[in-house]
Design a protein around this ligand. Sequence first.
Ligand SMILES: [Zn+2]
Length: 79
Amino acid sequence: MVDFFILMCYNVCRKTFKGDEKKMSRVCEICGKGKMDGKTVSHANNKAPRKYDVNLQTTEIDGKKVKACTKCIKTAKKN
Ligand SMILES: [Zn+2]
């Protein structure tokens, strides 16, 4: 019984950790921009909440490989 409980805890913890890891990887390393809230609008004009992901791309800025949003990449290219 105790073993089962430990296994359950382990599975829950692993799932939680995985979720956090996934969340963290979808964040721009330069500006810290992450998931954004918005609404999806159907043709009948019904509005339902949804999340928008940042447009992240792996690129090299100042000789360092980073995951940056496209806005940051554009700014870095200008400067
Ligand atoms: Zn950014």
